[in-house]
Design a protein around this ligand. Structure first.
Ligand code: FAD
Length: 385
């Protein structure tokens, strides 16, 4: 059996690694010549970590992961702590730790695990066709590739998605802009082993530790889409949006490097139930694009890959049957994740001001129990729970 994998992001590489581990021949095609991940870092929650463990990356992942042992919310103006609690109950419940990691390092680990030299870069798929003998991918450079099945891991702007669904879907602007990057840890901004988030005015400023004494930081601001802001205006923009915020936030704005800070308008896509068509499957953001508000988009792609590889390995009723089983196992799970993230996005970013205000109030009496319960519920829905 030979699988064509389109896209060498988190979804594509986890799929290729999973299939390879089960002895399925794979060919990976990636549109760009060099992958430059959007976003500086990513939090991999225990459901995702378990998938990477399953795919054979247990040890290298630990070297990349930051020591995130506790979590705290802080008031935006005074900077005082609203709630602070250990993440150990989450670890005990799920059987794994969460690992925030720098994206470039995660991408390098995935490529090295699979075999970087085996990925064909600069190959942008334009369309796919299938018949009883298999699937053909046609690339923009005029070349083509043939396999028994094709896994489209071509991200949120997927071209294969339209082929699978028979219609186009629109990305939905979630109403806020996210700036993110990496900065050296400074204990006067936040503790080095904590996920710290300043909240107020429907905005967020968050810091998570990643390996090598760095914070992954992000700023969220509810804004209209399409503003004329770019890298050259980042520091001025953040200074304006976070005027009056606590001293650590001002210090962070002073310390970021605008050249390596990303600005992303956050989108998702209404969930859809069809993830496969015959011998072609969608996986990762191509299949389910979510806002990052519960940090699960990449983890869901890892889950997809583990489920798909396992079904292809264990099923003997043919490829189309296996892909339908993949769809049956994944469609509800990924819809739930997208909608859960959307709900959290709206609460966090002040879609309805009174609800967000109530959330700020609730944080003052939060012991950690409710937040950890919600996270564990999400994590336990994964395939390796
Ligand atoms: P992508 O990473 O988009 O990869 C798709 C690949 O396909 C790309 O390399 C692209 O070049 C290639 N490609 C595209 N079109 C073609 C084509 N036609 N032919 C060939 N190749 C093609 N997730 C988490 O789990 N935790 C987090 O903390 C988290 N934080 C996030 C923060 C932000 C600000 C954002 C925006 C997202 C976050 N996510 C997080 C989500 C996560 O980044 C995505 O879900 C994940 O990267 C999706 O991986 P993917 O492989 O499906 O898609």
């Amino acid at each position: 059996m030979k699988a064509i994998v389109i896209g060498a992001g988190i979804g594509g590489m986890c799929t290729a690694i999973g299939l390879k581990r089960f002895g399925i021949e794979t060919e990976v095609f990636e549109a760009v010549k060099e992958i430059k991940p959007v976003g500086a870092a990513i939090s991999i929650w225990p459901n995702g970590v378990k998938c990477l463990n399953f795919l054979g990356m247990k040890e290298p992942l630990r070297r990349l992961g930051g020591p995130m042992q506790s979590m705290a919310y802080k008031d935006f103006q005074a900077g005082n702590t609203l709630t602070q609690f250990s993440l150990e109950p989450l670890v005990a419940d799920s059987g794994e730790r969460p690992y925030p990691v720098a994206r470039a390092e995660l991408q390098a680990m995935l490529l090295d695990t699979y075999g970087r030299e085996k990925v064909q870069f600069g190959k942008r798929v334009a369309r796919v066709e299938q018949d009883d003998s298999g699937v053909t991918a046609y690339f923009e450079d005029g070349s083509e590739a043939h396999g028994d099945l094709l896994i489209a891991c071509d991200g949120t702007h997927s071209v294969v998605r339209k082929y699978v669904l028979g219609r186009s879907v629109e990305r939905r602007y979630a109403g806020y802009v996210n700036w993110n990057g990496l900065v050296e840890i400074d204990e006067s901004i936040a503790p080095s082993r904590q996920w710290t988030t300043f909240v107020g005015e429907g905005k967020r400023v968050s810091l998570m530790p990643v390996a090598n004494h760095r914070f992954y930081f992000f700023f969220d601001v509810p804004l209209p889409a399409g503003l004329a802001e770019d890298r050259s205006t980042i520091r001025d923009d953040l200074t304006r949006y976070f005027q009056g915020w606590a001293a650590p936030v001002q210090k962070l704005i002073g310390q970021i490097n605008p050249e390596t800070t990303n600005r992303v308008e956050i989108h998702d896509i209404d969930p859809f139930p069809e993830l496969v068509k015959g011998r072609v499957a969608l996986l990762g953001d191509a299949a389910h694009s979510t806002t990052p508000d519960i940090g699960q988009g990449g983890c869901a792609a890892m889950e997809d890959a583990v489920v798909l590889a396992t079904i292809l390995q264990t099923n003997s009723l043919g490829i189309e049957d296996a892909l339908l089983r993949y769809q049956a196992k994944r469609a509800d799970r990924v819809r739930d994740l997208v909608l859960k993230a959307r709900k959290r996005c709206d609460i966090t970013h002040g879609k309805e001001k009174n609800i967000t205000q109530q959330w700020y109030e609730d944080l003052k009496s939060e012991t950690g129990e409710r937040i950890i319960h919600g996270m564990c519920d999400t994590i336990q829905g994964g395939p390796l729970a």
